[in-house]
Design a protein around this ligand. Sequence first.
Ligand code: AMP
Length: 442
Amino acid sequence: MVFQDLGLDPRLLRSVQHLGFAKPTDIQQEAIPAVLVGRDLIVSSKTGSGKTLAYLLPMMQRLLKSKPLSKQDARALILAPTRELAKQVYAQLRLFIANTPVTGALIVGGENFNDQEKLLKRQPHIIVATPGRFLDHLEHKSVYIQGLELLILDEADRMLDLGFMPQLNAINKAADHRLRQTLMFSATLDHAEVDELTLSLLKNPFRVALGAGHEQHSDIAQHFMFADHLTHKEALLKHTLQHAAIKQLIIFTATRDDAERLATLCTDLGFSAMGLSARLNQGQRNSVMQQFAAGKYQVLVTTDLASRGLDLLQVSHVLNFDLPKHAEEYVHRIGRTGRAGAKGTALSFVGPKDWAALQKIEAFLRRPVTFSSISGLEARFKGEIAPAVSSPAQVTAATTTRKPSHTKPKKTPQGATKPAKRFFEGGDDGTAPVRRKKNDVN
Ligand code: AMP
C-alpha cells in the first residue's frame, strides 16, 4: 500500500512526500482507513511505529472535507501526557496545516496563561494540549468544545498513570455528543483504567494491536550489566562512553540530583552533556531539548521526563543508569533509540537496588534478560540467582542468560518444594498501573 491508496487530500499527500515517507507504516495502514470511515479507534502499538501520523492524517482529512459542527468551537483536540510530547505532536501538525486553511494552537502547562487565552480567542481549529492546562482554560471559559469533532488521546495509559482520569472525564463531558469521533492510543491495553476509559469514551471502537509492548524490538540491541554500587555504575558508564560508537546518548536516572551529577561527570570526561529534570523551568527544558535535538549536545541525562514521545533519529544509545520502577517505562525509555528503522543500543545497569525492577521488566517482557560484563569491571552482585560465569573482554561477546527467578522452586512452610508459578499465567503482565498523586510534568 502507498499513501496515494488512502484517498487523502493532495495537500496532505504533498506534506507526506515532503517528509520523504514512501508508504504508510503497519499501524497507519490499519488505523487511517478506519478513522476515515468514521470509526472510533483504540490502538496499542510499540514505540516509534508511526502512530502520530496514524491520527494526524485522517484527522486533517476529516477537517478539510467536512463542514464544522460549530463555527466557534475547537474542531479537534489532541491530548498528550507531557509538554514535551505535546510540543512534538504540534511540530508535526504544523507541517500538515501549513498549506491549508486549518489553524492550530499548542496549550501546555508552564507557559503564560493569558497569552494562551489570547491564542484561544482566535478560535483555532485544532488544539494540542496537556490535560491539566486545557481543563483550566475550559473552566475559565477561554475555550469551548461543545462542537468538538475529534478527541484524540495520545499515550492514554501514561495520562492515567499521571492521575489525569478526572481531567479526561471532565473534558469528555464538555464535548459529549454523538457525532464526536474518539481515537485512543496506548502503549499497553493491559491496564484497568485504560479499559474504564475505553468504555466511557469510545463507541464500538475499531481495535488495532500491533507489536505489543513486550515484543522484542528488532532494531534495538538490549544489554544488561550487573553493578555493585554507584561508583561501579560510574565506572561502567565511563567505559561505555569511551568505547561505544555513540552518536547521541540519553542516560536515564532515578533522581534529579543524579541527572545533574552525571551530566557533570560526562562533561568532565570530555562529552558535551546536559541534564534535564523537572527542576528546570519550562523555558530551560525547551532550550535543553532543542539543543539536544539540534545535536549541540551528545549526551542528555534525564529522569523519566524524556522517556516518551521524543523522536530524535540521532540517538544511537540509551543507558539506564538506574532501572525504572515501572516495567512499561523500560520499553518507552529504550524506544528513544532505534527509531524509524535506525539501529540502536540500550544498556541497563542492574545493582542491588534495581533488582526488584529487573524482575518486573522480565515479567513484562515475558522472557529472562541476558547479562554481559566488561573485563576488569565484573560485578560481585549477580542478582538472586548467579549466572553461569563468563567474562570475555568485549561487552557484546560476553553474554550469560539467567533463568528468571520466578521459576525458582519455592519452599512451602513445611519445607516441601512446590513448583514455582510460571511466567504470565493468565497473560497478566504483573505490573499494577501506578497513580501518582501529584503530576509535576504537566
Ligand atoms: P511516531 O510513532 O509517531 O513517534 O513515529 C516514529 C517515527 O517514524 C518518526 O520519526 C516519524 O516521523 C516516522 N514515520 C512516521 N510515519 C512514517 C512512514 N510512513 N514512513 C517512514 N517513517 C515514518
